[in-house]
Design a protein around this ligand. Sequence first.
Ligand code: BEZ
Length: 254
Amino acid sequence: MNQTWDTEKYAAEFSFVYEYGNDLLKLIDLTDEHGRRGIDLGCGNGVLTKSLADLGFEMTGMDASSHQISAAQHNYPQLNFIQTDATDFKTEEPVDLIFSNAVFHWIDRDKQPDMLKCVANALRYKGQFVFEMGGYGNNRLIHQELEQVFSEYGYPYKMPFYFPTIGEYASLLEKAGLEVRYAILFDRPTPLKGDKGLEEWIRMFVNNPFRQVSEKDREAIIRRTAENLRSRLYKDGIWYSDYVRLRMKALKRK
Ligand code: BEZ
């Protein structure tokens, strides 16, 4: 993961990322009386960490971004937040819940087993692991079009995210000692804010492929990509991002 976050813009224009996360909270078994220690892995600005605390969990929010951790500490000074890498963390005591929303697709495929090992090591026996990430086919139209326009400008395009199928991710979970209890892959076309919603989305979330691109080409590529996608992703005055979600729940095996 290699992303610098503009936390104010993220909260003002892309709050849907954590607002949709509220649905994911429903997968958590609140009748499990074993304990209430929880981690929000990739907590961002802490909004969902707070929702989990309101459900009765004693939460720690973890995030690799110092900007997001500062925003979370500012928003919720009563909660515990630490800056750490999801692929390399430890807890002093086993926890009962690890939750994560819209984070794991930022982690490269070859680092996923490290991350899942940390999750399994941190959970107690039968502890809950509940998460959502971009799933197979996520933002396919956007990335295909970016690839096309990059090539017209003479640049290669490497899709910077990991969007697995249910089968692939279930296998990684099992290898890490986590037993899959729930899995769903579903389309969730998501409305974006403003007339330039798709351009802004690309500017906020697709950074690495543009590192090799000049500033002038960058803006031209973004504008042309949005224009080429207008007939497919702009409806009744609203831009949409073609999201596909992978939502899963697993329990720690013995
Ligand atoms: C997602 O939540 O699926 C996502 C968000 C930004 C970039 C890539 C994927």
